[in-house]
Ligand binder design. Structure first.
Ligand SMILES: C[S@@+](CC[C@H](N)C(=O)[O-])C[C@H]1O[C@@H](n2cnc3c(N)ncnc32)[C@H](O)[C@@H]1O
Length: 289
């Protein structure tokens, strides 16, 4: 895609949003609000306690007293600690159930400076009262799932007075266990979401900076059967995107052997989890206005 019959296309001449859109057509995982409504039930339990949010907030370096817009806030991994530090926050998400969980988490933490709002990347933010230059810092943590990346990045930049901070996926999808897929012989395309964002932002005259947040993901289930169903679904999701793979029966044979070894009963005996957490790395990008 980076070549024409005359040779390679210079990087500066690429339309990175068009390349991003072409990549989105290959994604098969669900990304609508109903999917996120369901995930809201267990979303708080998947990261190692606090490490991701803590690192995000260290890197974001929100100054005391600054107002923050948290787009795709989920259950409040960032909005709750920001509220606890006394920041005024507008926490927005298109999933109604995520926002309900957020409200519960805010109440539990006795935070009153965070306001929530149902909003999607695709909405007309100004019509919904989210004005230009209305927040010091805008954050979008693991939440930029939209076909129009350029529009999302420019909308966030427009709303920010000082800084924008985002995280984007690296490697294979965070919903897929890369280590397991390698064991099963499934070869998948790598996400390079940050590359598209760098291209778009650079073309717009911004100077985005980039680093990485490394996290551990704990896959935990109520029963062995739930785990088996989850990983079978993961295999089928991976197979839809795979570059190459053995046949499905062979994969499932390898998967069941892996599950026998990898799953262990939780200490308190209430469920099962994978003994070794898996690594999920996020590209953290920020730019100042
Ligand atoms: C992986 S969660 C991240 C939540 C939170 N920002 C965090 O880092 O813990 C992704 C969030 O983005 C939201 N989201 C996904 N697509 C969206 C869209 N098109 N518009 C608004 N929110 C969206 C989901 O509902 C979900 O709450």
């Amino acid at each position: 895609m980076l070549r024409t019959t005359e040779g390679p296309v210079p990087v500066a001449a690429q339309d990175w949003n068009e390349l991003w859109q072409a990549r989105q057509t290959l994604r098969t995982a669900p990304r609508d609000a109903t999917y996120w409504d369901k995930r809201a039930q267990t979303f708080d339990r998947k990261d190692a306690p606090d490490t991701y949010a803590q690192r995000f907030l260290e890197l974001a370096d929100v100054h005391p007293g600054e107002m923050v817009f948290d787009m795709g806030c989920g259950t409040g991994n960032l909005s709750v600690p920001l509220g606890q530090r006394g920041h005024e926050v507008l926490a927005a998400d298109f999933s109604r159930v995520m926002l309900e969980r957020l409200e519960e988490n805010l109440q539990q933490a006795h935070v009153t400076s965070v306001r929530s709002m149902q909003l999607s990347w695709e909405d007309d933010w100004r019509a919904d009262g989210v004005e230009s230059n209305s927040f010091d810092v805008c954050v979008a943590s693991r939440s930029i799932a939209t076909d129009d990346l350029r529009s999302a990045l420019l909308k966030l930049t427009d709303v920010a007075r000082r800084r924008v901070c985002i995280t984007l996926a690296t490697g294979v999808s965070p919903r897929i266990d890369a280590r397991l897929m390698r064991k099963l012989g499934i070869v998948l395309p790598e996400n390079m979401d940050a590359v598209y964002a760098l291209g778009i932002l650079s073309a717009e005259g911004h100077l985005p900076q980039l680093t990485y947040i490394n996290t551990k993901r704990f896959d935990a289930f109520a029963t062995f059967d739930d785990a088996r169903e989850h990983f079978t679904g993961m295999v089928d999701m991976a197979l839809e995107e795979a570059i190459s793979a053995p046949d499905r029966d062979e994969i499932l044979r390898r998967l069941h052997a892996w599950l026998e070894d990898a799953l262990q009963k939780d200490d308190h005996g209430e469920g099962v989890s994978v003994c070794q957490p898996r690594d999920v790395n996020w590209a953290f990008m920020w730019w100042d206005k």
